[in-house]
Design a binder for this molecule. Structure first.
Ligand SMILES: NC(=O)C1=CN([C@@H]2O[C@H](COP(=O)(O)OP(=O)(O)OC[C@H]3O[C@@H](n4cnc5c(N)ncnc54)[C@H](OP(=O)(O)O)[C@@H]3O)[C@@H](O)[C@H]2O)C=CC1
Ligand SMILES: O=C/C=C/c1ccc(O)c(O)c1
Ligand SMILES: [Zn+2]
Ligand SMILES: [Zn+2]
Length: 361
């Protein structure tokens, strides 16, 4: 259906966690009517980010159930509201972590809406009217057009999904911290979903990229397949010492408590440690580790809608793709378990439209 939206609420079937065990199972719920500024989307694919585990398992103590996770969503537009001009039925589009903001604060007015104090998360949140948000492990979503991006023509939809969180999460800080110029020396700590996009994007920006991994297991793939220039196992004290002071930045994607000092030591003058992992315990470091080298520790939270569009365009232009394992929804719980035990190369993407969402694999 084209413009002139339906006046009825519709039922969606998602896969929801009911409690902190984080096990997903079929769940029916009602989508809001497609409002004048809304886009109704049939979900095709949705990537699985480690954040989906943190949220489903209540790692931060703020989870609400039932919860349909998923925030690397690619779908097909089914219907648009009367005021939507950028999209039409049949377009292939993407949605990330944020689906609402106030539009009035400084972050909103400066295209940093992901930092709006009133931002609405795509799941595990509520809209201003109190209705829960639900994510992309679902047959459909209704999303304000401001938070919808077009997937470039010619980009495979399943390939595009990880760019909507993992990709933009790396692209945004590299741009904002002036770390996008060619010739820089970067480190990527933790070679998972975000980390592998870090390697690919940084290489496409012309950086010399070192992967820093918890073991030697991923060395071959990092160098031979993903194109990393160097590889460090963080347990190899001699190799870590030899690399001290050599990097302009380290993108730290570790999703669990870990020491910062080994990675601060890798930075040269003015180097930046950019912390990405969602970690519910204090991290610590000795202040001279920062002062002796004018180093900084920074954080960054996904990216803006504008940056998501830039990430997609950059990847299309440079031929950057994600490396994914496509699975059906019936496998989603195994996929979550495998992700949690670091057994995925490098992002699971659920083939939502190709799955029987009512239960069977
Ligand atoms: N700031 C933001 O906006 C965003 C934050 N995130 C967060 O970033 C983190 C990473 O997400 P994602 O890439 O999807 O996760 P993955 O699980 O795909 O990757 C994390 C990687 O970190 C390493 N790792 C895992 N566990 C440990 C551990 N206990 N100690 C040391 N290293 C470990 C592994 O790499 P290796 O085998 O190489 O050691 C693993 O592949 C999560 O906390 C997620 O919530 C995600 C997206 C956006
Ligand atoms: O996957 C993206 C989410 C990142 C994130 C960052 C900070 C935070 O508190 C979260 O709950 C998630
Ligand atoms: Zn994510
Ligand atoms: Zn705002």
């Amino acid at each position: 259906m084209a413009s002139g939206a339906t006046q009825t609420e519709r039922t969606a079937v998602g896969w929801a966690a009911r409690d902190a065990a984080g096990h997903l199972s079929p769940f029916s719920y009602t989508l809001r009517k497609t409002g004048p500024e809304d886009v109704a989307i049939k979900v095709l694919y949705c990537g699985i980010c480690h954040t989906d585990i943190h949220q489903a398992k209540n790692h931060l103590g703020m989870s609400r159930y039932p919860m349909v996770p998923g925030h690397e969503v690619v779908g097909e537009v089914e219907e648009v509201g009367a005021e939507v001009t950028k999209f039409r039925a049949g377009d292939v589009v993407g949605v990330g972590l944020i689906v609402g903001c106030c539009r009035q604060c400084h972050p909103c007015k400066s295209s940093n809406e992901q930092y709006c104090p009133k931002k609405v998360w795509s799941y595990n949140d509520v809209y201003p009217d109190g209705k829960p948000t639900q994510g992309g492990f679902s047959s459909a979503m209704v999303v304000d057009h401001k938070f919808v991006v077009k997937i470039p023509v010619g980009m495979a939809p399943e390939q595009a999904a990880p760019l909507l969180c993992a990709g933009v999460t790396v692209y945004s800080p590299l741009k904002r911290f002036n770390l996008a110029a060619p010739g820089l020396r970067g480190g990527v700590l933790g070679l998972g979903g975000v980390g592998h996009m870090g390697v690919k994007l940084a290489k496409a920006m012309g950086h010399h990229v070192t992967v820093i991994s918890s073991s030697d297991k991923k060395r071959g793939e990092a160098v031979d397949h993903l194109g990393a220039d160097a590889f460090l196992a963080s347990s190899d004290a001699a190799a870590m010492a030899a690399a001290a002071g050599t990097l302009d930045y380290v993108i730290d994607t570790v999703p669990a408590h870990h020491p910062l000092e080994p990675y601060l030591a890798l930075l040269g003058l003015d180097g930046k440690l950019i912390v990405m992992g969602v970690i519910g315990q204090p991290l610590s470091f000795l202040s001279p580790m920062l002062m002796l080298g004018r180093k900084s520790i920074a954080g960054s939270f996904v990216g803006s809608v504008e940056e998501a569009e830039e990430t997609l365009a950059f990847c299309k232009d440079k031929g950057v793709t994600s490396q994914i394992e496509v699975v059906k929804m019936g496998y989603v719980n195994e996929a979550l378990e495998r992700l949690e035990r670091n057994d995925v190369r490098y992002r699971f993407v659920v083939d939502v439209a190709g799955s029987n969402l009512d239960g069977a694999a």
